[in-house]
Each structure stands twice: as structure tokens, then as C-alpha cells.
Design a protein around this ligand. Structure first.
Ligand code: MF3
Ligand code: CO
Ligand code: CO
Length: 260
């Protein structure tokens, strides 16, 4: 458990988060458009790094080492098929038709972090993959719909868990949403499972992510020897979507939404 206290951001700080969040959404959209059979995850990483720098920002993942070594060695996370999160881009990893890939980007703009991810289809998905990815995106939507002053953190996890488990899916427990702002990961923790009416009450100015990881099989994960890559314990598919959000006086603002 985190012992940090929850920072409430001022409207001026939320404006900075809005800029960082918009940049994150644009970066994700740009890299997502490159996803196709035959491209390597390294090529996605390299374009993300270049684009981020060209827009006056820095890639938060590169060199990130929250619990000590090893530092994360790339600029984005690319998590393919049974990889739950924190997949490391690699020039030997070529995407193939039928894969699913979560791309997770976090640019730092003027000191503020925008954290967002989506799962993309490579070519044509299997019906099982398509349903998993659609349900996971709906889990994020339902989680976001719980956020408003007066409701509680546990309401998010309850809504997500209820929906995901109604399809027989597993909700990952080991990785959770998090406070974000001038640091990458801070209080509060936002579990994607839980009990309605439990946990901290939302207050205007709280800024955090919701980022459900949903597995076709068991919720449990294991970490590979690289110290970062988390995979499903049973080798079945996992999907994830993530937004950075700010609690407002009346509800919630999605800071990483791509405006149309
Ligand atoms: N962006 C991830 C998250 O949603 C964190 C990635 S940490 C890294 O919290 F080092 F793996 F990039
Ligand atoms: Co996050
Ligand atoms: Co992220």
C-alpha cells in the first residue's frame, strides 16, 4: 500500500494535465495507425520516441525504475496476446495477423504525465479476441462512469469486475490504476475489482488512471525474467485500455481523450 497522500490539483494544474493528456492521446493515435502485420514492436517504439521528442515531450517509461533495477529499456510498452502489461519493444518481435497488441504511452509535457493505452487488432481478430477487446474497452467505460464526487474508489472496481466476470473473464489483481500528475505513479491505487461503497470518496481535483487488464482465462499473472513483462499464468489472451482522468465538481473529465 502507498503511504503517500492524495494530491488535489488546482484548475491551473489540471490545465497542464489536459495538455499532457491530449499529447498522449495524439501519440497513441499516431502509433496505433502503424499497427499492421509485419511491423516490429521496436519500429512502433522508435516512432513514438521520435514523435514525443518532436513535440517537446519526454517518454516517461524510458529508464523508469520504480523498485530499483532493471530500468525499463524502451519508450513505450507493447503487450502482445498473453502479455498483460509492460511488454518491452523488440526488433525481433514482428506482429502477425490475428495478434492483439496493447500500446501504452506516457509522455511528460512540461513536467506533467499523460498516461493512456489501447488494445489494437493486427489484421483480422478471432471472434474470441474481438469479444475480449470489446468487453475490456466497455470495462474502462463503465469504470469511468462511476467517477463523481461522493462516490467511492471501490465503485470503479465493482462495476468493472461485475461486467468482466459476467463473460467468465479474469480481472487482473496485481496491477492497478494509480494517481498521476507530476509523478508517474502515486496515491491513490485504483483496483479494477472490489466492492461498491468501499474505499476513498472522490473529490474534485483528484487525478488518476483507470486501466483494467482483463484475461480470457485466470486473472493471475507471472513476471518474465526480464523483470518487466507480465504474462497470463495460463497463456491465454489479455487486453487493456487506459485513460487519465480528473474528478470535477460534478463528475469526471477524461484527460487523454482524442478530440474529434
Ligand atoms: N504506463 C504504465 C501504466 O499505465 C506504466 C509503464 S511503466 C514502464 O502505469 F516502465 F513499464 F513503462
Ligand atoms: Co497507468
Ligand atoms: Co499506462
Amino acid at each position: 500500500m502507498s503511504s503517500e497522500s492524495i494530491v488535489l490539483m488546482s484548475p491551473a494544474e489540471i490545465a497542464k494535465m489536459r495538455d499532457a493528456g491530449r499529447l498522449a492521446a495524439q501519440l497513441l493515435h499516431h502509433i496505433g495507425a502503424m499497427v499492421k502485420p509485419g511491423i516490429s514492436t521496436q519500429e512502433l517504439n522508435d516512432e513514438a520516441e521520435k514523435w514525443t521528442k518532436a513535440h517537446g515531450a519526454k517518454s516517461a517509461p524510458l529508464g523508469y525504475a520504480p523498485g530499483g533495477p532493471p530500468p525499463f529499456p524502451r519508450s513505450i510498452c507493447t503487450s502482445v496476446n498473453e502479455v498483460v502489461c509492460h511488454g518491452i519493444p523488440n526488433s525481433k518481435h514482428i506482429l502477425k495477423n490475428g495478434d492483439i497488441i496493447n500500446i501504452d504511452v506516457t509522455p511528460i509535457l512540461d513536467g506533467y504525465y499523460g498516461d493512456t493505452s489501447r488494445t489494437y487488432f493486427v489484421g483480422t481478430p478471432s471472434p474470441a479476441a474481438k469479444q475480449l477487446v470489446e468487453v475490456t474497452e466497455e470495462c474502462l467505460r463503465r469504470g469511468i462512469a462511476e467517477v463523481s464526487p461522493g462516490k467511492r474508489i471501490g465503485d470503479i472496481g465493482a462495476a468493472i469486475q461485475e461486467y468482466a466476470e459476467s463473460f467468465g473473464y479474469g480481472v487482473v489483481r496485481e496491477f492497478v490504476g494509480h494517481g498521476v500528475g507530476k509523478v508517474f505513479h502515486t496515491a491513490p491505487q485504483i483496483p479494477h475489482f472490489g466492492t461498491r461503497g468501499k474505499g476513498r470518496r472522490f473529490e474534485a481535483g483528484m487525478v488518476f488512471t483507470i486501466e483494467p487488464m482483463i484475461n480470457i482465462g485466470h486473472w493471475r499473472t507471472k513476471m518474465l525474467n526480464d523483470g518487466w513483462t507480465a504474462v497470463t499464468i495460463d497463456g491465454k489472451l489479455s487486453a487493456q485500455f487506459e485513460h487519465t482522468l480528473a474528478v470535477t465538481e460534478t463528475g469526471v473529465e477524461i484527460l487523454t481523450r482524442l478530440e474529434d
